[in-house]
Design a binder for this molecule. Structure first.
Ligand SMILES: *Cc1c(COP(=O)(O)O)cnc(C)c1O
Length: 374
């Protein structure tokens, strides 16, 4: 049997191992060291933003962002419902409550009208949301211009969850740099990886200094260990940062290849009753995962039929994210829904989008999808 085709496996550029070797040679095998500082600078520079803290995961970055914004027990935080649980779990870590907002069908991301409706409704019951966690799903930019206007009008800060959207742009500006704080993830399946890691970025230097402080157990300035706040062990290791520096060198190539794979799928499947996550106007998606939606007239075929046929041929695929308001763990959370994310979840799937796939492998996937639909 041929080698398994994964959804989005790690893809090393080559220089990662040199940075790791350097860390060993200098004995910086620790959660401090020169690769961490350099990775923060290089990542900030790539994104065109001033300050960056390298952390152990994207989830940790969201957690610290919410602490920095003053989210506390009993507060409410708005979050996209169509996302991965890492976006909203940190709200619960803090004893706060997520308020989920559904998607619009143009970008699949947070619906600006529904967002305003949610804000107004929660203010009416005396629960003004403390923050908005805005997700750019599968790398596709949300309507960040409209959402920023609403956030400004009600004076609510935005945490931009760009975990899937490193390299994506809106109006030529990198995603993750529009919000008050921005979050990236370097988990193994993301567009680049540090084998596990994340980052928090901002134009506010004090906030990023605070993130570093909280991520290293909140040690006050003193010769002994002195603490006046609760801290976390959330720093990225110098080894991981070395991998990240190597990965940053090939990030633009990875974006280009992801987009190429998407175009290939789109043109090969264009005759079938399917549609794709649309990129429009000033949006530029990194196409982290190619997603395809079966038109609902085509009732006889379900995403699971395609997923099973691909699995039979040792090809990994998966349904779209199951919306958070449908998860039993969040069933008591307030939700403002319009049916868009539920419809997408029911009819869509993610196709293998690894940047190391060759043309023949992409064609194999296409054939196995066509087999089921045609
Ligand atoms: C991956 C991901 C996260 C969490 O990042 P980790 O580094 O895995 O903790 C958060 N939000 C979204 C949308 C993600 O895809």
């Amino acid at each position: 049997m041929s080698q398994r085709i994964y959804l989005s496996p790690p893809h090393m550029g080559g220089d990662e191992i040199k940075f790791v070797q350097e860390a060993f040679d200098t004995n910086w095998v620790s959660p401090a060291g020169p690769h961490i500082d350099a990775f923060e600078k290089e990542l900030a520079q790539y994104n065109g933003i001033e300050y960056c803290a390298a952390l152990s995961s994207g989830t940790a970055a969201i957690h610290l962002a919410l602490i920095i914004l003053g989210v506390e027990r009993g507060d409410e935080v708005i979050c996209s419902t169509f996302t991965f649980s890492g976006s909203c779990n940190p709200i619960v870590y803090l004893g706060a409550t997520p308020v989920f907002v559904d998607s619009e069908s143009d970008t699949w991301n947070m619906d600006p009208d529904l967002l305003e409706e949610a804000i107004v409704a929660r203010i009416k019951v005396g629960k003004k949301p403390k923050a908005i966690i805005l997700v750019h799903l599968y790398g596709m930019p949300a309507k960040i211009n409209l959402i920023s206007e609403i956030a400004k009008k009600y004076e609510i800060p935005i945490v931009e969850d760009a975990a899937e959207a490193l390299g994506s742009k809106y109006n030529n500006q990198k995603l993750g740099t529009f919000g008050d704080l921005g979050v990236y993830s370097f988990n193994g399946n993301k567009i680049i990886t540090t084998s596990g890691g994340g980052a928090l970025v901002s134009r506010n230097e004090k906030w990023i200094q605070k993130a570093r402080f909280l991520a290293t157990q909140a040690r006050d300035h003193a010769p002994h260990y002195q603490h006046s706040e609760i801290g976390y062990n959330y720093r990225l290791s110098n080894i991981s940062a070395g991998i990240g520096r190597g990965q940053l060198q090939v990030l633009e190539q990875r974006v280009a290849r992801k987009r190429q794979i998407f175009e290939k799928y789109r043109s090969a499947l264009s005759g079938l009753p399917v549609s794709f996550q649309p990129e429009q106007g000033v949006s530029f998606s990194n196409r982290w995962l190619t997603t395809v939606v079966l038109n609902s007239e085509n009732q006889s075929v379900k995403p699971l039929d395609i997923i099973q046929n691909l699995e039979k041929h040792n090809i990994e695929s998966r349904p779209l994210w199951k919306p958070m308001h449908l998860q039993s763990v969040f069933k008591s959370a307030p939700a403002f829904v319009n049916g868009v994310s539920e419809r997408l979840f029911k009819n869509g799937l993610c196709l293998p989008s690894g940047t190391a796939m060759n043309e023949r492998e992409v064609e194999d996937v296409v054939t196995k999808v066509q087999e089921v639909i045609a």
